[in-house]
Design a protein around this ligand. Structure first.
Ligand SMILES: C[S@@+](CC[C@H](N)C(=O)[O-])C[C@H]1O[C@@H](n2cnc3c(N)ncnc32)[C@H](O)[C@@H]1O
Length: 281
């Protein structure tokens, strides 16, 4: 089959065709990408068109709607899964210093990691909770739109060649033990201790269309909403507001903020630099 003549970056995508594709995906599969930021969305559509050897968005739509395997591949392209352990180490330092003391005030608490990708963030939080003696008193719920990444998260095997970088991150994030205590090196990668995720509930959840499913004392949703447009961000801020207990903490990514959101006044800054907010009303 012939490849498209143009390079993916050069293809101009018809606005209306993109809208129809996203609408079709929503109706057929329930995945709602209608409010994802257009520039990055189009870049990823172009990539999938190239991968599927089609030249128009309509042709891609035809494939996606008739072949769930194509939808699976598009989903992987659209849900950017880049992540790492102790990503933005200062955030984990702030979590230890500001959030852990709040969690200690509850006999039992729940953290929702929304958009957990392949789980590196969940294992990082699990390590901090273990070191702070809170493993038995805090339950993590880890969700993502993409079932494939959740399956990887459950396994807890991460690339061995990342361990040096992760060890540095761990130390910068306030870790004082030997990071290698937490995993064993195997031929297939660094296999992290099961005990770190013993009580973790892994589940599929779509922030654009699914609703509140529990009450949480912290919601961490980092580096997910950068891909959403303003209305979808506002929708998800409300979802988190409704999911948090009073004085519960919302953690966003470095490039994300609750400021300028209709929910802004419902939160106060706990740590402005590390994007930690607390529900106050
Ligand atoms: C860049 S990763 C962030 C991973 C991790 N939170 C971190 O900061 O390293 C973004 C994740 O958000 C997920 N995601 C994208 N849209 C979503 C949605 N509507 N509902 C739930 N998760 C979504 C993607 O599948 C992806 O795994």
């Amino acid at each position: 089959m012939a490849l498209p003549v143009e390079q993916p970056e050069e293809l101009e995508l018809e606005e209306i065709e993109v809208e129809l594709l996203l609408e079709g995906i929503f109706r057929r599969y329930g995945y709602d990408f209608r409010h994802y930021a257009p520039a990055s969305l189009k870049r990823r559509l172009r990539r999938r068109m190239y991968g599927e050897h089609v030249e128009t968005v309509s042709a891609l739509q035809e494939r996606v709607l008739h072949d769930p395997a194509v939808m699976e591949r598009l989903l992987l392209d659209l849900s950017i899964n880049v992540t790492s352990m102790f990503r933005d180490p200062m955030f984990f330092l702030a979590f230890r210093e500001l959030v852990v003391p709040l969690l200690r005030t509850y006999p039992f608490s729940r953290i929702w990691v929304a958009g957990c990708s392949t789980g590196e963030e969940v294992y990082s939080l699990g390590i901090v909770l273990a070191e702070e003696g809170l493993s038995d008193r805090v339950r993590i719920y880890a969700t993502d739109i993409n079932q494939a990444v959740i399956d990887i998260a459950r396994l807890g095997v991460f690339p061995l060649d990342k361990m040096q970088e992760y060890t540095q991150n761990y130390i910068r994030g306030g870790g004082t033990r030997s990071f290698s205590e937490y995993y064993v090196a195997r031929y297939d990668g660094a296999r992290f201790s099961r005990s770190l995720v013993d009580g973790v509930v892994f589940a599929q959840h779509n922030l654009a269309s699914d609703s509140v499913f529990n009450e949480f004392h912290m919601v961490a949703c980092r580096n997910v909403m950068i891909y959403f447009d303003r209305p979808l961000q506002a929708h998800v801020h409300s979802l988190f507001y409704d999911s948090l207990a009073m004085f519960g903490v919302l953690a966003l990514g470095q490039k994300e903020t609750i400021r300028f959101s209709p929910r802004e006044d419902d939160f106060e800054e706990l740590d402005a630099a590390e994007k930690l907010y607390r529900k106050i009303q």
